[in-house]
Design a protein around this ligand. Structure first.
Ligand SMILES: C[S@@+](CC[C@H](N)C(=O)[O-])C[C@H]1O[C@@H](n2cnc3c(N)ncnc32)[C@H](O)[C@@H]1O
Length: 205
């Protein structure tokens, strides 16, 4: 069982790595664009976790636990979800919500911190699925940090519309950059899924 981890309490996956400064110097970052996933997105996440027989999943943007609940419902029973959010109070709500649903505590590992500082400390080639639902302007960075965590055949999934024409700069610029990066990497196999606000799912071949 992987112990629940929070800032400064212990090592992460990679030997010697500590989360001591994972939260950084800024306060909670909120993303007003969308708060929580809807049921159609949740069903797609559950589907992906099921077909991947996901045992190890990373989520960027725990929020109050909606996506965590869907992901866990598709994962194998012994699977562990590592859920990252810079807002520890939101994670507290997520943890309580999952407990109320009967999810065993050992199935989640909540990490309070900036994803851009936590993701580099996770084990590469070890995760079946990475779900990103935070700060679309940083999606290109989350692809760069998240794709190496996937085992071959795993997938990284971005929430929200990926049509750059729907956004103002700099978010549109980030979306274009994300798509350029996916196209440039022949090992990545993308598909846009028209569910909810949209999902961009990218398999690692
Ligand atoms: C859209 S909400 C997530 C909703 C959640 N997936 C759900 O379905 O309930 C985005 C979350 O990302 C967190 N967040 C924003 N920027 C972040 C970052 N750089 N690193 C980690 N978490 C971040 C916010 O605190 C917020 O809780």
């Amino acid at each position: 069982m992987i112990p629940e981890t929070s800032i400064g309490t212990g090592p992460l996956d990679r030997p010697g790595s500590m989360l001591g400064d994972a939260r950084g110097s800024i306060g909670p970052v909120t993303d007003p664009a969308h708060d929580t996933i809807d049921a159609s997105v949740g069903a797609a996440l559950r589907f992906l976790a099921t077909v991947l027989r996901a045992k190890s999943v990373v989520e960027v943007g725990s929020g109050t636990g909606a996506s965590a609940s869907w992901l866990l419902s598709g994962m194998v029973p012994e699977g562990v979800l590592t859920s990252i959010d810079v807002d520890a109070s939101a994670q507290h709500i997520a943890r309580e919500a999952l407990a109320a649903q009967g999810v065993a505590r050992g199935r989640t590992r909540f990490i309070a911190g900036l994803a851009e500082r936590v993701l580099p400390k996770l084990t590469e080639d070890a995760y079946d699925l990475v779900f990103v639902d935070a700060m679309p302007s940083r999606y290109p960075m989350f692809l760069e940090l998240g794709a190496p965590l996937l085992r071959p055949g795993g997938a990284i999934v971005f929430a929200g519309p990926v049509d750059a024409t729907q956004h103002q700069e700099p978010r549109a610029q980030a979306v274009r950059e994300l798509i350029r990066a996916v196209r440039a990497d022949e090992s990545l196999v993308p598909v846009a899924l028209p569910v909810g606000d949209g999902l961009l799912a990218i398999a690692r071949s």
